[in-house]
Design a protein around this ligand. Structure first.
Ligand SMILES: [Fe+2]
Ligand SMILES: [Fe+2]
Length: 329
């Protein structure tokens, strides 16, 4: 059967008996004898082969049909601007390219491999060698594609799991937040504050923290800390929180324990630990006149300083127990 026509096609008996489709090989060489010998040898081994003599037909075939390997004796493109390999790979990026050439030059071989060739066979070569090298190149391509598929599947799975985890984390965070809000409301009601003082100062503290350019984790820590700033009051008797008359010095000392108690509570809860310092410092004053440690300026936790400003402002504009407040426009 002639193999030196521009395009020839022959599926082998082996390929037709195989369960998986035969590998498709495009043989491109100017020499009709080489094309014919390679065609006969590779077809006899079950490959589905086509032949062509020049670059234009080869590129047209590669664009129109699916090939697994191209065996080429052509190195330079017609215009000499680039190697044939590069053009082949532009049209068919995942094809295996095997060079068949008479040029014995290590530098050239290295460059061709760099361009993406799988193998480099120098003529003359035995048909046995040719078929072995072709088989190796196809096996290498199969493994590479398998690996790529595996990577793609893995990336897809990782992306899917990450999405699921993010969603679960979002639900968990929302649950935590709702729990903290409920606790905060309970604390406010214990303090006889019907206007959700803690929620109000939390929202304002978060806004101020954002305005100051704090990071997301810092803002979250401030949010939790402000919501729970008075959690230590759980340990303070009701009669001291809502006294009928002025508190004695001893009673005031008890009240002043609440930041320490609150700090102790939060320190033992992992997801609240980063808010514990805010709770401990929330009654410290910038001039050192606060409690429980009498810290000054930068010694005080930044979140607590933000809270202090907001808390003071909130007290000024809120209607207090005596019915007075500056209001806010
Ligand atoms: Fe407090
Ligand atoms: Fe408060």
């Amino acid at each position: 059967m002639p193999a030196d026509e521009p395009v020839l096609n022959q599926a082998s008996e082996l390929a037709s008996s195989s369960l998986s489709p035969a590998a498709r090989i495009l043989i491109m060489d100017e020499d009709p004898v080489i094309r014919d010998i390679a065609f006969r040898k590779l077809s006899s081994q079950g490959y589905d082969c086509k032949c062509c003599a020049d670059e234009k037909i080869a590129l047209r075939l590669l664009a129109a049909e699916k090939f697994d390997l191209v065996l080429t004796g052509l190195l330079e493109t017609d215009d000499g601007s680039t190697t044939v390999i590069r053009k082949i790979l532009q049209v068919s990026p995942d094809i295996a390219v095997v060079l068949l050439t008479t040029i014995v030059d290590i530098d050239l071989a290295v460059n061709l491999l760099k361009d993406g060739a799988y193998d480099y066979i120098t003529k003359p070569c035995s048909m046995e060698e040719l078929s072995i090298r072709v088989a190796h190149a196809l096996e290498k391509r199969r493994l590479l594609r398998e690996n790529e598929n595996y990577q793609r599947t893995l990336q897809k799975q990782v992306a899917e799991r990450t999405k699921q985890l993010r969603e679960a984390l979002g639900v968990l965070e929302q649950t935590y937040h709702s729990t903290l809000v409920a606790l905060s409301k309970a604390l406010d009601s214990r303090d006889s504050d019907p206007n959700h003082h803690s929620l109000r100062v939390t929202a304002a503290s978060v806004r101020l923290a954002r305005h100051l350019g704090l990071s997301h984790p810092e803002i979250k820590a401030i949010e939790k800390g402000v919501l729970l700033h008075d959690i230590g009051k759980l340990a303070i008797p009701d009669k001291l929180l809502r006294p009928a008359e002025a508190l004695s010095e001893a009673e005031q000392l008890i009240i002043r324990q609440h930041p320490i108690i609150g700090h102790r509570i939060l320190s033992h809860i992992k997801f609240l630990q980063d808010s514990a310092l805010l709770v401990l410092h929330h009654h410290e004053h910038y001039d050192g006149s606060g409690y429980p440690q009498g810290l000054k300026g930068g010694q005080i936790d930044l979140g607590a300083r933000i809270f202090a400003v907001v808390e003071e402002f909130d007290q000024l504009i809120s209607v207090n127990r005596s019915g007075k407040g500056l209001g806010f426009k």
